[in-house]
Design a protein around this ligand. Sequence first.
Ligand code: UD1
Length: 363
Amino acid sequence: MKIMSVVGARPNFMKAAPVMQALRKWKGCDLKLVHTDQHYDDNLSRIFFDELGLPRPDMHLEVGSGSHARQTAEIMVRFEKVVQEEAPSLVIVYGDVNSTAACALVCAKMNVPVAHVEAGLRSFDRTMPEEINRLVTDALSRYLFTTEESANRNLAREGIPSERVFFVGNVMIDTLLRLRPIAAASTILKDLGVEPQQYCLLTLHRPSNVDDKDMLGEILDAITKVAKTIPVVFPCHPRTKARLDAYKLAYDGIRLIDPLGYLDFLCLMSQSRFVLTDSGGIQEETTVLGIPCLTLRDNTERPVTIEQGTNVLVGNSRERLLAAAEQTLNGGSPKGRVPDLWDGKAAERIATILVERPARCAF
Ligand code: UD1
């Protein structure tokens, strides 16, 4: 059985690593890894392969950046050729990036079954490119592996047959639990000169927050005020850095650094006082670590992190952000618990299902 995994962007790598590792244990599985190269910078891509123990990709599609249509189309054209040549029995896609939806669409047209890891999440905000990718990918997948109960309900509501849906837990948390002890040895706090619990960690890259000059200006204005109380460390995504430079916005007092590898970032997150972010995955990671997370969005596709975890939605207005930061610094944050099945064994459950119930066709 030839199983092909597709990765393209940073948040895919930590999800694919445990799944590939779990499948490797099954004899008779011919595993292939395809990298679309949606993310190509070393510190958004290569470093993760090294740290996560992902094998070198068997194929690179070298698509790079572009508009959504161009990037998606380019991935489709190049991936179609790979599927023709390799004839996989199954393709596994991860998360909600353009590479995920593009490859699911190629497979559906070629009658190759798709397994979607992290299916069913919904922000109900179709202005987010990721929400479109989630809807498309789930509609076309043969196996839908979910991380939380809300995803099961969303898929049922959309009419996805229940025999395709498997509540397996969270593979990204498999990676976190495996690498937490190794990340603890990182020297990143020392390198940055910050003390445990004495800094806030910031990430910001979502188009709705960074592509609009006024919005980005307002967020930065609020965070520069937070930085007067507690140091703010900001590993900056290249798209955000490009906007900061283009808009010539001030970020006085915010400690801007290059994007970090997985281990340094995990260490920095685990030791922070709180996290400010607009990422999807970080909402989940902070919940497991028990670190307060203030999410700079009005919605989340991961509601379990609010209902059970440490996540609070603060939107992107100056007032709400400042009030939430102050409350957090005064100790007023949810304590939270670890959601069901976020136990480090999600990838093993996925591998067992895929191997024991092989699908013969896409639908
Ligand atoms: C993508 C995902 C997003 C995910 C994020 C994690 C989609 C629609 N979005 O957003 O869900 O949270 O990855 O990082 O798939 N760039 C570089 N070097 C790179 C890659 C990108 O400099 O290696 C810059 C380019 O200017 C590029 C921009 O970042 O145009 C945006 O990259 P892109 O892959 O389109 O989306 P992300 O914002 O990274």
